[in-house]
Design a protein around this ligand. Structure first.
Ligand SMILES: Cc1ncc(C[n+]2csc(CCOP(=O)(O)OP(=O)(O)O)c2C)c(N)n1
Ligand SMILES: CC(=O)[C@@H](O)[C@H](O)COP(=O)(O)O
Ligand SMILES: [Mg+2]
Length: 624
């Protein structure tokens, strides 16, 4: 006997038999399931709680997977997962081999794309709409995007083409006034004005009235749809109209995103429109779970927590995170040098710049989800005589490779790229691992790259980067640092030089960043097996320590260890240097093979790809 509606939902088609009040009960059950499960696995709780009614409304009206439902970022899609056949595995969310935290076509036919990076949903939806036109089919296409995602450059580029092409699709704007932190930017003000505009309230009330007085679907089809454009004009003053209207996208007045009945009424109409419609839906991030509503920033992406209080389930680690060490070091650099400016692209908390932002608001910039703008703007700040530090995740800097190359490296701007989340990040998985930055920074002329191996070296690396000038990347991983003391005064690191951390003549382990620790642990295992390994903290990924490589070539095997893609990575640079030196010493390049790494705990992931200390030792022994 199944006592929840949720347990009876095998596919979204099952929603069709539910009325609004049953959908409300289902929404409640889904919220409980999300909180119960994520309290053990961690996850994007607040965004997912805020989107439950929207997701139910959409799936109750479309026929997925024939109709297509595209999620921006995908961090709000837990309700979608629960009603598309993943309820029984939902307790494996974000764990190794378990359900992904984002949409993944390999996981379900209802997942359209590999979401994770913001602002891409509208381009995907537009592509689907164009494909539909070319094929002559008639499926519905819906994209769900947040207020912060909608302000990203990629979404804007898509809107430009959506307005031009006029292909039918529904864009649901989930407006909760939040990014991860409070949303920023001029567009937030625009949406705020719309939410509070009396003219829009009047429109909303009149729409409501028409629904109530003339029978829902019939009246809404007549009074809304594309014809709504004319009725909107009657009520809305030109300066108060939604900017998107002027791009040719029909916009609804604000809809209560937690009212299933209202959502379904307006969505049913929007789905019948013969052009693009933007449904402006207002929600509360964290809706329905008091701790998440009270602190949506913390509950945006949270580790395991206690359901009753919302408090962290695990005690904080003793060693600080690399992020917090960077944040403190940046603040200190800002005190030393008034030219230091901090830039983040919507990741104030995640990148650790918060203390700097509080102390120096006039030298702090949050551009929102706009990495290209962040990196381009850094070039301008540098040309203006300042020393910008772009604090950014490795995976999100991928969005701004062109600005890194052309706007910065080509003219040697004084910009520091503080690349956080370098290497495997863990539970967020393939879309979020920082496994390409060593490649896309190293390939660019004029770049210098430091990969510190502990927190003291991180503070030194930032200091060195600011001292050096020119574009310099400092890369460091997610998670806890090594627990070493950070001296009060940072030092300038010797340019392009690493340091030997353990002597040994049989084999040389050349390692970067956190992989130095892995190399040291492997060296212990190798010593037990009678092999003496030298461990070198290479520190610089560019320029590389040529002397350390030459010295390594005097052993029986040169091994490189990096937590990034082997193709184009630092190991390949070592090969290049060895060949230039005429060395014939055998080599073993260890890093990420040519494949995407899934989600899971870092320990599970490193083991699965043979990059944990034990596997490294085994692989070395096999080659000796
Ligand atoms: C390109 C990119 N930059 C940054 C992020 C990190 N990020 C994930 S969700 C998010 C905020 C999204 O806010 P919004 O779109 O309004 O959705 P909400 O969480 O409020 O529902 C950010 C900045 C990302 N995923 N992708
Ligand atoms: C969805 C998203 O892109 C972010 O919320 C990301 O999950 C943050 O990752 P961290 O937990 O490493 O800050
Ligand atoms: Mg938002």
């Amino acid at each position: 006997m199944k006592d929840r509606i949720l347990d009876c939902i095998g596919s979204p088609a099952d929603l069709k038999v539910l009325d609004d009040s049953e959908l409300e009960i289902l929404a409640d059950e889904i919220r409980r399931e999300i909180v119960a499960s994520a309290s053990k696995t961690g996850g994007h709780v607040a965004s997912s709680l805020g989107a439950v009614e929207i997701i139910l409304a959409v799936h109750s009206l479309i026929n997925s997977p024939t109709d297509r439902f595209v999620f921006d970022v995908g961090h709000q899609a837990y309700a979608h997962k629960l009603i598309t056949g993943r309820l029984d595995r939902f307790d494996t969310l974000r764990t190794f081999g378990g359900v992904s935290g984002f949409t993944r076509p390999a996981e379900s036919e209802h997942d359209v794309h590999a979401s994770g990076h913001a602002s891409d949903s509208l381009s995907i939806a537009l592509g689907l709409a164009k494909a539909r036109e070319i094929k002559g089919t008639d499926e519905k296409i819906v994209a769900l995007i947040g207020d912060a995602g909608l302000a990203g450059g990629m979404a804007f580029e898509a809107l430009n083409t959506i307005g031009q092409m006029q292909l039918p699709m529904v864009i649901i704007l989930n407006d909760n006034e939040m990014s991860i932190s409070k949303n920023v930017g001029a567009l937030v003000k625009h949406l705020g004005a719309l939410r509070s505009s009396e003219a829009y309230r009047d429109v909303r009330d009149s729409v409501q009235y028409r629904f109530e007085s003339a029978g829902k679907l019939a009246s809404s089809l007549v009074g809304f749809g594309r014809n709504m454009k004319d009725s909107l004009k009657q009520f809305v003053l030109p300066q108060e109209t939604m900017m998107y209207e002027q791009l040719g996208i029909l916009c609804t007045p604000p809809v209560d995103g937690h009212n299933i009945s209202e959502l379904r009424d307006i969505l049913a109409t929007a789905l019948e429109a013969d052009g693009p419609v933007l449904m402006h839906v207002v929600t509360r991030k964290g809706a329905g779970y008091a701790p998440a509503e009270a602190d949506p920033v913390r509950f945006h992406g949270i580790a395991a927590f206690d359901i009753a209080t919302g408090a962290d389930a695990k005690k904080p680690a003793t060693a600080p995170s690399y992020t917090s060490v960077f944040g403190k070091a940046l603040l200190e650099e800002g005190c030393r040098d008034k030219r230091v400016v901090a830039i983040t692209a919507a990741m104030r908390g995640g990148t650790g710049v918060e203390p700097f932002f509080r102390e120096f608001p006039e030298r702090s910039i949050d551009v929102g989800i706009a990495e290209e703008n962040a990196v381009g703007m850094a070039a301008g700040l540098s040309r203006g005589g300042l020393k910008p530090v772009v604090a950014i995740y490795s995976t999100f800097l991928q969005r701004a490779i062109d600005q890194l190359i052309i706007d910065n490296a080509l003219i040697e701007t004084d910009v520091v790229f503080a690349i956080d989340r370098a290497g495997l990040v863990g539970a967020d998985g393939a879309t979020h691992h920082g496994v390409f930055d060593l490649v896309y920074t190293r390939m660019v002329p004029n770049m210098r790259i430091i990969a510190p191996s502990d927190e003291a070296e991180l503070a030194d690396a930032l200091h060195t980067a600011l001292h050096l000038g020119g574009p310099v990347a400092v890369r460091y991983p997610r998670g806890n640092a090594q627990g070493v003391d950070v001296p009060d005064e940072p030092r300038i690191l010797p340019f392009g030089k690493g340091g030997i951390r353990r002597e040994g003549d049989d084999v040389a382990l050349l390692a970067w960043g956190d992989m130095v620790q892995t190399a040291l642990e492997s060296a212990d295992i190798l010593a037990d097996r009678g092999v003496q390994a030298r461990v070198v903290d290479m520190r610089w990924a560019k320029p590389i320590d040529i002397d350390a490589v030459a010295h390594a070539a005097e052993t029986k095997l040169v091994v490189t260890l990096e937590d990034g893609a082997i193709a184009g990575g630092v190991g390949e640079e070592v090969l290049h240097v060895l060949s230039q030196q005429g060395s014939t010493t055998p080599t073993l390049l260890l890093g990420i093979e040519d494949r995407f790494v899934p989600h899971g705990s870092p320990a599970d992931l490193f083991r699965s790809i043979g990059l944990d200390a034990a596997s490294v030792a085994e692989r070395v022994l096999e080659r000796l």
